[in-house]
Design a protein around this ligand. Sequence first.
Ligand code: ATP
Length: 202
Amino acid sequence: MKKIGILGGTFDPVHYGHIALAEDAVREAGLHEVVMIPARIQPFKQDRKYASGEDRFNMLALAAGKDDHITVSKYELEQESVSYTYLTLRHMQEFYGSDTRLYFITGTDSFLKIDTWMNAEELLTNYAFIIGTRPGYRQDEYRQALERITKTYGTEVISMHKTELDISATEIREKIAAGAPVDDLMPPEVLRYITEHGLYRV
Ligand code: ATP
């Protein structure tokens, strides 16, 4: 059985927290590959604080360029409307075939909200999950959610307790707007792209 990880997000911009999450998942769960899928953001939400889908994809491609385990998919960017995770996973399952097990990778913050996602039951029943802890999460809250979900849906969940990287894209956008340094938060190729394209300067 082939194991493929799916890591969705806005990646606005991609940073070391995302890369570490993907690489840890490869090692921990023995994945063949992680596919990073930037989400389509509703066009009317895009002001200059945010980057376009094309820029977010380009930055991901630069970040994944040197990594044999990570690929980047345009699937959600190419959809007509904002894509739901269950639709993306249905597509990926069909694409890779029934001899592939899909592992949806998230940070603890996203996983704690999973019940509110469209067709959460389908997600939690049909796919495995890999959760990476993220600074600020409450362990008791996470444990309770995990227990409830695995009991209700029988979901296969792999919890990774790795070194936590206290990085968020929000922090990066704010720092760039304020002219503060961000070079230790993302790969140098990504920072170069941001500078060259004048992103996040507001
Ligand atoms: P923003 O600050 O704009 O909300 P973000 O940094 O949280 O962005 P997303 O693109 O929303 O980044 O994240 C995609 C996925 O990566 C989510 O599942 C999120 O939980 C996870 N993630 C992001 N940053 C980290 C981190 N530092 N450690 C672990 N997981 C992370």
